[in-house]
Design a protein. Sequence first.
Length: 453
Amino acid sequence: MTVAGAARSGIAAADLLARRGARVTLSEFHAAAPGTEPLLALGVHLELGGHRRETFTGADLVVLSPGVPPEQEAVQAARARGIPVIAEIELASRWLEGRVIAITGTKGKSTTTALTGRMLEAAGFKVTVGGNIGAPLSAQVSLSTPETLHVVETSSFQLEQIDAFHPWIAVMLNLSPDHLDRHPDLTAYAAAKGRIFENQDEGDWAVVNADDPAVLDLARRGRAAKRPFARHTPIPEGTFVEGGWIVERLAGADRRLVPLEAIHLLGPHLVGDVLAAATVGAIAGAAPQAMTSAVDGFAGLEHAMELVAESGGVRFVNDSKATNVESALRSIESFDRDLVPIIGGRFKGGDFGLLREPLRTRAKAVVAIGEARTLVRAALEDVVTVHEASSFTEAIARAYAIAKPAGVVLLAPACSSFDMFHDYAERGRAFKEEVARITRGGHDPSTRNPLNP
C-alpha cells in the first residue's frame, strides 16, 4: 500500500493500514516529514524527497492525503495501471462502525463541524469530531462503535477521491469559487463538493442551504431526504429564523430550537452555521435545551472571526480562515464603518471585485499583502485607498495607524497563506502575536510612522 503525503491525514492513514497488517510506504514530496517517527516502529517505509513512480505503480492501493493533487504524475501512472486511488476519508470510512455526519461548503465548515459536535455531545451522544480539522478520520477508527456519530469536515480535495463514502447526514453550507488554483474551473470544484451526496440513499439526509441555488441544484441529484435551512429565503419546511429564535417547521408544526440571544459569534453570517448545526441536531434527536446550551457556551473557533484584542480604541479581528473571496466578503459585511482589512496572500481564484461595494461604504483603507497584493490594488484602488505592505508586520502596523482612533483591523485575506506561512493557522498566530506586542505596550507600531516607512 502507498500513502501519498506525510501531513496529518497521511500519517493517520499509514498508521491505520500498518496496524491492520498492511505493508505501507508513506511517500512525501518534501525532504523532511516531521511526526513520522512512530510509524517506523510499525514497519512503515518512508520515501522522502519526491514521489517515485515505481512506488505508486507497484502498489495494490494508493491513498491520497488532501494536499496531494490527483494530477501528480506518479498518481496518474498508478491509475493508468488500474490501481485504485482513494482519499484518506474513503479509507477510514471502510472501517467505521458508527454513522457519519459529513459537512462541506466553501465557507463555515469548521465552525459548523465544531458546533455540531458540541450540540450532539451536550445531548448525550458518543461523538468524534475531525476530518479536515482536528483528528483525521483515520485516527478515529479505533474509537468507532455502532453508537458513535462521526462529525467530519470534508473538503473538495477529500471528496473528489471518494468511492463508497456514505454519510448518514450530508451538509452543504454554500458554494462559491475557491481552490481554482487546484481545480480547473468552478464546475469541477462544484462537482467535487457535490460528491458528498452521491452514495446516500432514501434513508439518509441532505441538509442544504436554501439561500444558495447552487447548493440546491447539487443536492437535487442525490437520493437522500432533503432538509433545508435558510436565513433569508422563505421555506415551507425546514429550519429558519423567526421571532428571535431558530425554529424548525415540519408538517406545519413549529418548534423553537435555539434563541438568537444564545449566539455569541462575531458576524451575522455565522448565524447560518448555527442554523445548519441545529438542523443536524434536530435530525439526530438532540433536545433544544442541549443545543441551546452548546451554542451559549461556544465562542467560535480560533482564526475564524476571532476578536483578538482592543488597543487605543482599535479592535483587532483575526479571520485568517477567510481564505477565499466569499469568506472575506462575509467578514467585511460584519462591520459598518472605520474598517481596515488586510487582504492578500496566494491567490486561489475568485473575483476581488465582489469586495468593492462593501468596502466603499465600510473601509477607511485596505492593506494588501503577499503575492496577490498587486491584484488587490488593481481590483479595489478606485473605490478605496490601497496600501501595499512588503511584510506581515508592516501590514499590521499600517492598518493599526489607519484604523485609529476607533476602527477595526480585520485580517480577512481572501487568499491562501502559502506564500508567507505554512498554513492559515500560522498566519493567524502571527497576527495575534503582533497584536499582543501592541496591546501590552511594548511595541506601538504607530510610533514608526508606518504610512511613511
